[in-house]
Design a protein around this ligand. Structure first.
Ligand code: FRU
Length: 502
């Protein structure tokens, strides 16, 4: 590689998001906060920057913003690829992998058995343990511990259930092509008993993968806990390709009962917009939450890519970033329980780097207006806009007067749009250039957006995080203008505040 191409490729390396140093990654795995450190394991090809040789890579962070890469944690071998899964801190040494005074971390992962192995073509659940706080791992000799003889049984997420029915480990995993979450119970992480199944329900436009199950208080009331079941699916997302949906309901220790199911069985394509999505953008997949996050926070990270074009995005030597870590909470919106999200990282720790730009109470006339002094390539934008006579209005980020990514409101359609058709490099795959939308209602005629712009992405939290859209973009390095625009009339910026991180 010449110095020139190296420089160009590295211009996309995110500043606020994790990406591996020089390899491929997909799903976040085994997210856990332990001994004061956030551990992010992930589907990793240690040998290349396309999918393959699936192993668990590893990074740690003190603040969810700055990450340190470590050696591969659990490596594939001749027998198996190491597919997605989770990690628990086995406090009571139920597995016997640690000791009472020094309990182990236990990883529960999918063994994707290779041809020529003892279980050719089978996906089954296996264990590995760490006695040094998550840095080195040993595979259990009696793997797999849960084998249904299925070729599509994967992505175990294990939680500790402590409720009316007792205290035990619960695993949620998927029978991917049946659009089903399967729930199991164990007292020792080795021996598993089937509890129940959930699905098909709501979106079934693609295989179900990477489920999660957790409680959240409704509107912050600790006396009113609801259970949330998240399920990623690929393809079948609201704007095409990979995405994640969620259900809110109850779990009695055996069965998850959804209160937000719109359709059971195969999805109704006309009702896709009524299903509950973790994110409406094209690049938010395989989202799962941390175990043992401090202060009971529910923190999620997703893979910021889409299987439609994942192996082709124009970055090297690395490929695929993670999203920002998000704190999710449950609020009553229009009488219904809905997830609300915000970026969780310790942005205040970056404050020393930051420069700011502000604008108040300014009318936007028809056209595009570059904001002098607001240009940047890594920025957080907090903006409140009120509609006027324009049919569409909003911001253009990472612009240069020619290219740019449009983030807009179509007030009469009740829609938030992201238009990345002219965002920079788009021709590396036919499915990439897109204009995507999410339903968004005004609050008293106004829209509040928080947007994180990085070297290859935009993440939008709208109306206090009730609606989110996450998309990759690959702008020219010099495309750093921030503009506001209105089409066919006017709009008003009530307030605009830009924090620059580069
Ligand atoms: C989701 C997924 C998982 C699987 C892993 C393999 O992106 O397909 O279902 O465990 O990736 O890398």
């Amino acid at each position: 590689m010449t110095a020139a191409t190296a420089t160009t490729a590295e211009t996309f390396r995110p500043a606020l998001h994790y990406a591996a140093r020089n390899t491929w990654l997909n799903d976040p795995n085994g997210l856990i906060f332990h001994d004061g450190v956030y551990h992010l394991y992930y589907q990793n090809n240690p040998l290349d920057n396309v999918w393959g040789n699936m192993s668990w890579g590893h990074a740690t962070s003190p603040d969810l913003l700055t990450w340190t890469e470590h050696p591969v944690a659990i490596a594939c071998d001749e027998e198996e690829d190491i597919f997605s899964g989770s990690i628990v801190f086995d406090r009571d040494n139920s597995s016997g992998f640690g000791t009472d005074s020094a309990p182990a971390l236990v990883a529960v992962y999918t063994s994707a058995f290779k041809q020529g192995s003892a279980h050719p073509g089978i996906q089954a659940q296996s264990l590995a343990y760490s006695r040094d706080g998550g840095y080195t791992w040993t595979k259990h000799t009696a793997n797999p511990v849960l084998n249904r003889g299925s070729a599509e049984f994967r992505d175990p997420k294990v939680i500790w259930y402590d409720g009316a029915a007792g205290s035990y480990w619960v695993m949620v995993a998927v029978e991917a092509t049946d659009f089903q979450v399967v729930l199991y119970k164990s007292y020792d992480l080795s021996s598993w008993e089937l509890l129940s199944t959930f699905g098909p329900a709501n979106a079934t436009g693609g295989v179900w993968e990477c489920p999660d199950l957790f409680t959240l208080p409704v509107d912050g009331d600790p006396g009113n806990l609801k259970w949330v079941l998240t399920v990623n699916l690929n393809p079948g997302g609201p704007n095409s390709g990979s995405a994640g949906q969620y259900f809110v309901g109850d779990f009695d220790g055996t069965t998850f009962t959804s209160a937000t199911t719109v359709t059971e069985g195969p999805q109704d394509p006309d009702r896709l917009g009524e299903y509950q999505w973790l994110d409406w953008g094209r690049d938010y997949y395989a989202a799962v939450s941390f175990s043992d996050a401090p202060e009971n926070r529910r923190l999620m990270i997703a893979w910021m890519n889409n299987w439609e074009y994942a192996n082709h995005i124009p970055t090297s030597p690395w490929r695929s970033p993670m999203t920002l870590a998000r704190e999710i909470s449950l609020h009553t919106v229009g009488g219904n329980p809905r997830l609300v999200q915000k970026a969780a990282g310790d942005f205040a720790s970056l404050a020393g780097l930051a420069r700011t730009f502000s604008l108040m109470d300014t009318e936007i006339s028809d056209g595009t207006h570059i904001l002098d002094g607001a240009a940047g390539t890594v920025q957080r934008i907090d903006v409140t806009l009120t509609c006027g006579s324009a049919t569409e209005f909003g911001l253009i980020v990472r612009g240069d007067g020619d290219q740019g990514t449009r983030i807009g409101i179509r007030h009469l359609d009740g829609a938030l749009i992201v238009d990345r058709r002219n965002s920079g490099q788009t021709d590396f795959h036919e499915a990439f250039a897109s204009i995507d939308s999410a339903p968004l209602q005004a609050a008293n005629g106004s829209y509040e957006l928080t947007i994180y712009v990085d070297h290859c992405s935009v993440e939008i939290f709208a109306q206090g995080g009730q609606v989110t859209m996450t998309e990759l973009i690959f702008p020219a390095p010099g495309s750093s203008d921030l503009a506001v625009y209105a089409s066919g009339g006017t709009a008003t910026i009530n307030s605009l505040h830009v924090t620059q991180y580069s």
